[in-house]
Design a binder for this molecule. Structure first.
Ligand code: SF4
Length: 270
C-alpha cells in the first residue's frame, strides 16, 4: 500500500522530489485537505470517502488539465459531502478555466450542474441536448423513462414508481437494430432490424449560439412525456425523418459522455 504522498508526488510533474512534494502539498491545500502535510504521510485507508475524493481531484489537477473527466465523483458519498465535492469542482472549474466531463447516473446532479447532457444506453448515446431542453422535453423513450422514474417530494406515496421493463442487455451480445427495442413501448418491426442513425452530424450546423439537440430514435418526441406542442416543434434526427438536421455533436458516434460543462458555457456548470 502506498501513502498519499508517494502517489501524488509521482503525478506532480517534473522537478526533484522536494519540488514535487511541495507541489503536491499545494494541490492538497487547494482541494481543501485541512492538514496537507499529515495527509501526505497517510495511507488511503486512513482517509474518509470525501477526503479520498479530494485527493483524487488533486491528483487529476497535477498535470494542469484543460479537461477534467470526473467519473461518478460523488458515488458512495453522503449528501453533505456530495455537495462539498461538487462545489469544489465548480470553483476549480471557474478558477482554472477548464471543462469538466461528468459521468453520472444521478439525473439530479446532471440537471443542476451540466450545460449539456448526453444520455447513453448500452454503449451508445441515445440523446444529447442542452440540459434545460432535455429535462423539459426528452426526445428519446429511454430518456423519458429515466425521468419518469426519478422520485420527487411531490410524488404520491401510494403510487408505484414507474420502472423500465426488462433488463439492460449484455454488452457482449447487444440486441439487433435499436439496442433499446426489447424494452421500448414504441418499438416497431423496423426498430428490431435496423440501427437508427442520424441523417447528418455536421453538414448543417445550427446558427451560432443555438444549442443543438439530437436523438437517433425513429420516433423521437413520441414518448408519453412529450406533449403535442413539443412534437411539432422538435425535429426527429433519425435518417428517415424530415426537418432540420442536427448540429455538431451528433450522437451517432458512440461516446462515453454523460454530462459536460464548460467554463466558457452559457452559465456556470458547477
Ligand atoms: S428507434 Fe424504435 S425501439 Fe429505438 S427507442 Fe426509438 S421507437 Fe424505441
Amino acid at each position: 500500500m502506498f501513502t498519499v504522498g508517494s502517489q501524488l508526488t509521482e503525478a506532480a510533474g517534473d522537478g526533484d522530489h522536494r519540488q514535487r512534494w511541495q507541489h503536491a502539498v499545494r494541490l492538497l491545500d487547494r482541494v481543501g485537505i485541512p492538514d496537507p502535510q499529515l495527509c501526505m504521510r497517510q495511507l488511503p485507508g486512513e482517509l474518509s470517502g470525501g477526503m479520498l475524493q479530494r485527493v483524487m481531484i488533486a491528483m487529476a489537477l497535477a498535470g494542469g488539465p484543460s479537461l477534467l473527466i470526473a467519473d461518478e465523483p460523488t458515488t458512495a458519498l453522503d449528501t453533505t459531502i456530495q455537495a462539498q465535492v461538487l462545489q469544489l469542482l465548480h470553483s476549480l472549474q471557474t478558477e482554472l478555466g477548464m471543462a469538466i466531463l461528468l459521468i453520472t447516473h444521478d439525473m439530479g446532479i446532471a440537471a443542476q450542474f451540466a450545460d449539456r447532457v448526453a444520455v447513453m444506453y448500452a454503449g451508445r448515446v441515445v440523446e444529447q441536448s442542452d440540459t434545460g431542453r432535455l429535462f423539459r422535453a426528452p426526445q428519446h423513450p429511454y430518456t423519458a423513462a429515466l425521468l419518469r422514474s426519478v422520485t420527487s417530494l411531490d410524488s404520491d406515496r401510494g403510487t408505484p414508481l414507474p420502472v423500465i421493463d426488462g433488463a439492460p442487455p449484455s454488452p457482449f451480445a447487444p440486441p439487433s437494430g435499436c439496442r433499446f427495442h426489447p424494452r421500448c413501448p414504441l418499438a416497431t418491426d423496423r426498430c428490431r432490424t435496423a440501427v437508427p442513425r442520424c441523417a447528418t452530424s455536421t453538414a448543417d450546423p445550427l446558427p451560432a449560439g443555438t444549442p443543438s439537440r439530437s436523438s437517433p430514435c425513429r420516433r423521437s418526441g413520441r414518448s408519453p412525456r412529450a406533449g403535442r406542442r413539443g412534437r411539432r416543434r422538435r425535429s426527429s434526427r433519425c435518417g428517415r425523418s424530415r426537418g432540420p438536421t442536427p448540429g455538431p455533436g451528433s450522437p451517432c458516434t458512440p461516446s462515453t459522455v454523460s454530462a459536460s460543462s464548460s467554463a466558457a458555457g452559457r452559465r456556470s456548470a458547477w
